[in-house]
Ligand binder design. Structure first.
Ligand code: ZN
Length: 306
């Protein structure tokens, strides 16, 4: 493993948009400019959301932009046994407990004292259930999720772009109540399996990082370095999404804008090119300097103010 070995991990649930693609370009630049491996992982755990043909379309978009990757491509749907084994190992260590709460109950409990809902943080309702209380909940027929006993651990990490983060980790889910391994668990297991040294991903995922670091520690796995890169926003100031218009490579092609022009816009937005310049992927590797990347999000389309 090289400390700069990186990855891009799309979910095949819809076409990649310009924001996803710019993050992919950055992940590729971080790895390739350091002479490291760049790997692809298909995050297709949630089978109900996977759409046929999307995976192939995503890979062909990455290729069209000029990105290359090292084999093999890892697919989460082929690794269920690995996740189940890991969950069993945590459970055998007394690190998990069943949680019978519905989402509405968690929201109600989390917001009870001060009336402020604290997003998806878990208030610990099922942590200390007695055997009798557990039996009552079991009898209701609702299968439990499995949560980690985080014991109020505080986790700190140094992000290469955003600086120091520190957060108390809640008792998060490692297996959902439908039996699917949770995203947090799969990511940690897979980053270790792929030998990822540096995780480059969108800034919206920074909140997940303390949970993932804690899980690496509990599993005795090496924790990678983290780089959370600025997002692309729509004109309404929210994270770019399909509803913002013509935001995929095929949308852009239909408007007469090819992948080279899209890459040129990305390079411009990252301070790697000036307007009118159409750098090749290798030019970007030569010009790339993490220290000089913008820390602020970019608004699309270019020229729009939020
Ligand atoms: Zn619960």
């Amino acid at each position: 493993m090289n400390v700069s070995d990186g990855r891009f991990a799309p979910s095949p649930t819809g076409q990649l948009h310009l924001g996803n693609l710019r993050t992919a370009l950055l992940a590729w630049l971080f790895a390739r400019s350091a002479g490291a491996r760049f790997l692809i992982r298909v995050e297709d755990l949630d089978r109900s959301r996977v759409r046929p043909g999307v995976q192939e379309a995503q890979l062909s978009d990455l290729k069209a932009l000029g990105l290359d990757w090292d084999a093999p491509i890892l697919r989460q749907s082929e690794r269920m046994d690995m996740y189940e084994e890991t969950i069993a190992r945590l459970d055998a260590g007394g690190l998990l407990y069943p949680c019978y709460c519905t989402r509405a109950e968690i929201r109600a409990a989390a917001s009870a004292p001060h009336g402020i809902p604290t997003s998806d943080r878990y208030p610990g309702t099922c942590r200390e259930l007695t055997a009798a209380q557990r039996a009552v909940r079991e009898a209701s027929g609702r299968p439990p999720a499995l949560r980690v006993r985080a014991e109020g651990a505080r986790v700190a990490f140094e992000d290469r772009l955003l600086g120091r983060f520190e957060e108390e980790v809640d008792d998060f889910v490692v297996r959902r109540n439908d039996g699917t391994p949770a995203y947090q668990l799969a990511v940690v297991v897979d980053d270790a399996a792929q030998g990822i040294g540096e995780v480059v991903r969108g800034a919206d995922l920074a909140d997940s990082t303390p949970r993932q670091i804690l899980l690496s520690l509990l599993l005795g796995l090496p924790a990678p370095r983290y780089v959370h890169v600025p997002l692309v926003l729509g004109p309404d100031g929210r994270r770019l999404a399909k509803r913002h218009g013509d935001v995929t490579l095929s949308d852009r092609a239909a408007m007469g804008e090819g992948p080279d022009e899209v890459r040129a816009w990305m390079a411009c937005s990252l301070g790697l090119a000036s307007v009118g310049d159409t750098p090749a992927p290798n030019d970007l590797i030569v010009r790339f300097d993490p220290e000089r990347l913008p820390r602020e999000p970019t608004v699309w389309p270019p020229g729009t103010a939020v």
